[in-house]
Design a protein around this ligand. Structure first.
Ligand code: CO
Length: 214
């Protein structure tokens, strides 16, 4: 059996398992989805969003990229975010990083890896913003772990700087923005930062909306 064929076989078992528990497991979700959470996580295969949060299909809207970055010119991430905020009306957006992140680790090196340099460059920026704190950590692993955390905090900050997030705050007092870390050694999630609706970023990032727009 080819390795990929196992996935197709597993799928048949998955369908049967779910139907054994609930006959309408699939049919009840056919018409539309009502997830209350947007998960922005790392592409890393060890951090599957639904499994680690114990959520079922239909509960999490998911975007994943290398090192869970929120880049204000990334139309893929922005499209997912705007759809989640404006159309699905999610109440929570979660940025979830993880210890041992390969993207963060690579950004700490001086390796030239071609195109992905451009993506990892954003992590080098996070390093530069927090260089004083990071260089004071002598243990290499602790420094790496701290950059993983600081990266999540920065990305959650980026969410608060996005105009349509601020507009949803003004109009509907949602979403709450969360920064979490997944510990690949223990399987546990840790809360790092929470930004409530209306906790605006620095003034230069605050948009002023016309009343008619609201
Ligand atoms: Co990662």
């Amino acid at each position: 059996m080819e390795s990929y064929e196992r996935l197709l076989l597993n799928n048949k078992a998955f369908v049967q398992d779910k139907l054994n528990i609930r006959e309408d497991y699939f049919s009840r979700m056919v018409d539309e989805q009502h997830p209350d959470f947007l998960w922005i996580g790392c592409s890393d295969s060890r951090v599957p969003a639904n499994e680690v949060t114990g959520t079922e299909p239909g509960e999490l809207f998911v975007h994943r990229n290398v090192a869970n970055l929120v880049i204000h010119t990334d139309f893929n991430m922005l499209s997912v975010l705007q759809y989640a905020v404006d159309v699905l009306g999610v109440h929570h957006v979660i940025v979830c990083g993880h210890y041992g992140c390969g993207g963060i680790k690579t950004a700490l090196t001086r390796k030239d890896l071609g195109l992905i340099n451009k993506w990892l460059r954003h992590i080098k920026d996070v390093y530069r913003f927090h260089e004083r704190e990071l260089v004071s950590i002598t243990d290499e692993k602790q420094r790496f772990d701290r950059l993983v955390e600081l990266n999540v905090i920065e990305q959650v900050g980026h969410l608060a700087e996005i105009s349509f997030v601020q507009k949803a705050w003004r109009k509907e007092q949602r979403p709450t923005l969360h920064g979490w870390i997944y510990d690949i050694h223990t399987g546990l999630l840790k809360e790092l930062i929470k930004i409530e609706p209306g906790e605006y970023p620095d003034d230069i990032y605050q948009y002023r909306f016309d009343e008619e727009e609201m």
